[in-house]
Design a protein around this ligand. Structure first.
Ligand code: DHB
Ligand code: MG
Length: 225
């Protein structure tokens, strides 16, 4: 799918990044290393979105983070940087080549936080989590969009009251409101909206549209009851 990006959106993201997002050699290296491997840059979160995830984690004094969909670990490292030294981050990636790249980037970053990167289908890994796994204060769902409803349900037992859940890419250039679009990824996103709408374990939820260097998309954010 060719994503439409108004050049102005990119210019504004560049402006925001230049002014507000500190250059971090570790994060820069992650982006460069991903590009060298020929993997698609549009799968990363944007730098200002990475900072936003870090800020949510800091604001809520989170100590434990669960991420579904590691890709190159760019978002992982943004989030890990916001955790205290004794923090724990579990990130799950389903694709072997993405997982290997993530491991390289995580090793290179050498952060004090325990980053537990696992290879496997998020649904399998979540079903098999052992009892020592801590409850997660923050969850970032960014894996296979077709399975967002399943992922949400599987994450909820590993959260607690006040946990924050962010779901990436829930607008997809407005495809979610195009009645003729029955792409399984779009259907998955629509279903997760329906699930969030009346979920007994969700306290508050909203979604925000974004435009920028990644085009027109958006994220949903929920607080667990
Ligand atoms: C795609 C996936 C993402 O998680 C994202 O942030 C952007 C694009 C994709 O699969 O195209
Ligand atoms: Mg994403």
């Amino acid at each position: 799918m060719a994503t439409f990006i108004d050049p102005m959106w990119r210019d504004v993201d560049d402006f925001i990044e230049r002014h507000l997002i500190p250059q971090d050699p570790i994060l820069q290296h992650t982006l460069q290393h991903t590009e060298q491997q020929g993997l698609p840059a549009q799968l990363h979160v944007a730098p200002n979105q990475g900072q936003f995830l870090a800020m949510l984690i800091q604001m809520n004094r989170c100590r434990t983070v669960l991420e579904l969909g590691t890709f190159a670990a760019y978002s992982t490292l943004w989030m890990a940087k916001a955790l205290p030294k004794d923090g724990y981050l579990l990130t799950i990636e389903g694709r072997e080549n993405h997982y290997q790249l993530a491991l390289e980037n995580i090793r290179h970053a050498d952060l004090p936080v325990h980053i537990d990167a696992r290879l496997g289908k998020a649904s399998d890994v979540l079903r098999q989590l052992d009892e020592q796994t801590p409850s997660f204060d923050f969850v970032f769902i960014d894996a296979d969009k077709r399975r967002y409803p399943e992922y949400l349900e599987l994450c909820l037992p590993h959260t607690h009251s006040g946990s924050v859940i962010v779901l990436d890419n829930v607008v997809r250039a407005g495809a979610i409101v195009n009645q003729d679009n029955h792409n399984p990824t779009i259907e998955g996103i629509r279903q997760v909206f329906t699930l969030l709408e009346n979920h007994p374990q969700i306290d508050r939820v909203t979604a925000l549209q974004t435009v920028g260097c990644k085009g027109h998309d958006g994220f949903a954010i929920a607080i667990v009851k």
